[in-house]
Each structure stands twice: as structure tokens, then as C-alpha cells.
Design a protein around this ligand. Structure first.
Ligand code: SER
Length: 320
């Protein structure tokens, strides 16, 4: 990776990935793109182009203009929004991915796109979900993710594009909010803990899903992209996870730092159903063996950092 085009650069992952890549590879070598510009650091600290990922012609033009050798395609609708607008989700998630793969093929670039725990479904083994297993998702997002994994494999086999991907769990971060995802509760709970010392969860008690703190997710992306290609058996996509938690577990961790924190429930049947169709915990062995995946943050370490960073962000004081 030397000159990188990122789509969805102002989203939850992109906002932080853009900045990390600019530190490593140089500001001018990371071209951030998104459907709209805003005043965030990722948008104003270096090259930025407005790009709608459904416009394949313009994506190729931008890639050629900056002579990129890497395409990181992050723009996508998340699971809950995709359930509300399935046709739009198909067009954006699959159309955008196809355009990004075609761009990578045209300019001979390395390629990354995230898959998700959402690629699994209710018939997948729930605990210690293996790398290679049943994938019959029951959401539009999941259908897009499985099809996307296959499409990225196809571009590698058919055209030799160096495609790579990760099946991300819910990603927790304090910089940019996710939006329209099922795992978003695990981000909101920290914001609400800092602001109001209480949170009403739309995901029910006892519903376990995998999660990971954003710094570990960024490391995983960069390590995978830098990994020796010949060692990668599972290119698209690797299971990766740092923790398997339910709302009670996160609340218990928060309570260690904010003793008065209160968790209550108002379950959203749509997102609850999606969550129940996903694994409880992924097995990351293939990622560990093939390119050395590791993570630094467990639940308590993440909680401590999230609460510190969000308190700074809102300049509030935590006290029981
Ligand atoms: N975080 C995503 C979602 O909840 C899953 O990959 O939709």
C-alpha cells in the first residue's frame, strides 16, 4: 500500500482509518472519498473527493487521477437500514462493491472491503463459529456480505486482483458514530453512560454478539493488507473478534468505572431478530494462523478507554 483510495471515508471505520493511514503512508497518499464532504479531520486534513460509489465511471477517474495502488471500499448500508430499504441496500452495497472491484482491476490495485458477522445466519453454528461453515443469512445486509465475499474471491481467481477482507464484529469507537447497524447499541451505551449515566438497550439481555475496539480493527486491516499474499488461504474474508458480549456484560464493565450506571431494556423486535440470527462468538483461528491476527483490547480495557475518551470529548466529569 502506497497510494490509497478510500470510499466511505467519513463513516465509522473510514474516519479513523483515513487518519491512521495518513500517519503511516503520508497525508497526500491517502485519498478520502465520500458521498458528501463535512468538516471532519478525515475530510479536511488531506486529499478529498466527493464520490458516489454507484458511479463507477467517476470512481475509475478518481483512482486514475491520483494513481492509486490500493482501493479500500468501506461505503455500505448497515444491517438495520438495509432491512428497511432492501432494494436500495442491494443497489448500493452490491453496485458499489462491483464498481470498486472493477476500479481495482482497471488500475491494478490491491483491494480491501469488510465483511461482517452478518454474513452468517440462524443455521450457522452459534458458538465458536468456524471460518468455513454454513452461510445462509436471513437479512439483506447478510446476503450482500456473502455475495460480496464470493465476488471478491471471484475477482482474485478470475482477474488476479489482490482482494482481501475481514468479517468484522460490531466495532466500537468514540470518533464517528455508526448508523443503522444492529450492534450500534454497544457504542451508544458508552455515549449515554458518559452523558446520562443510564442507557435503554434495544437489544435484549442474554443476546451475545462479537465486538472489537476500533484501534484493533484498524490494526487488523493494515496487518492483513501488509501480509504476504502466498500465506492467505482465506482471502475474503477472515473471522476476527476480540470479545463476545451481551448488554449486561458491557453494563457490568461500565459500572466498574461509573458505579451509578443503570441499564434498562426496550427491545426493538427488528434489530433483536437480526441479532438472534447472528453468531454468539466467532473463531478467529484462521486469521491468527494465516497473517498473525491479534488484539489488544478486551472488554474492560476498551471500556476504560472509551469512557476516558468520551469524557474528554464531552468535557464531563465521571463520578458515581
Ligand atoms: N455492525 C454491523 C451491523 O450491526 C454488523 O457488521 O450492521
Amino acid at each position: 500500500m502506497k497510494r490509497i483510495l478510500i470510499t466511505g471515508a467519513l463513516g465509522q471505520i473510514g474516519s479513523e482509518l483515513t487518519m491512521r493511514l495518513r500517519e503511516i503512508y503520508g497525508t497526500d497518499n491517502v485519498i478520502a472519498t465520500d458521498i458528501k464532504k463535512n468538516q471532519s479531520e478525515a475530510a479536511i486534513s488531506g486529499p478529498f473527493e466527493v464520490l458516489d460509489v454507484t458511479d463507477g465511471k467517476r470512481m475509475v477517474e478518481v483512482a486514475k487521477k491520483y494513481q492509486v495502488d490500493t482501493v479500500m471500499h468501506l461505503a455500505a448500508l448497515l444491517s438495520a437500514t438495509a432491512e428497511e430499504k432492501p432494494v436500495f441496500a442491494w443497489n448500493l452495497n452490491m453496485g458499489g462493491l462491483l464498481n470498486a472491484l472493477e476500479t481495482a482491476r482497471e488500475v491494478n490495485a490491491q483491494f480491501f472491503t469488510p465483511s461482517s458477522i452478518g454474513a452468517f445466519g440462524p443455521t450457522t453454528p452459534k458458538d465458536g463459529t468456524p471460518q468455513d461453515t454454513i452461510m445462509r443469512p436471513t437479512t439483506m445486509y447478510g446476503v450482500n456480505k456473502v455475495a460480496g465475499e464470493l465476488l471478491a474471491d471471484y475477482y482474485y481467481q478470475k482477474f488476479g486482483v489482490d482482494t482481501r477482507g475481514l468479517r468484522f464484529p460490531g466495532l466500537i469507537s468514540y470518533v464517528a458514530l455508526p448508523g443503522g447497524g444492529t450492534t450500534d447499541y454497544a457504542v451508544e451505551i458508552y455515549y449515554e453512560a458518559v452523558k446520562n449515566r443510564r442507557y435503554t438497550s434495544y437489544i435484549d439481555k442474554g443476546t451475545y454478539m462479537d465486538m472489537m475496539y476500533m484501534p484493533d480493527a484498524l490494526h487488523a486491516i493494515i496487518d492483513l493488507m501488509e501480509a504476504d499474499s502466498v500465506k492467505l488461504i482465506h482471502r475474503n474474508s477472515f473471522n476476527v473478534s476480540a470479545m463476545s458480549v451481551d448488554p449486561e456484560a458491557i453494563a457490568a464493565s461500565i459500572t466498574k468505572y461509573i458505579p451509578g450506571f443503570k441499564l434498562s431494556y426496550q427491545v426493538d423486535p427488528i434489530r433483536q431478530k437480526i441479532a438472534e440470527s447472528w453468531p454468539n462468538s466467532l473463531d478467529s483461528t484462521a486469521a491468527i494462523q494465516e497473517w498473525g491476527f491479534k488484539y489488544e483490547y478486551d472488554l474492560d480495557k476498551m471500556t476504560q478507554d472509551m469512557l476516558t475518551k468520551l469524557t474528554e470529548k464531552y468535557q464531563l466529569k465521571i463520578s458515581g
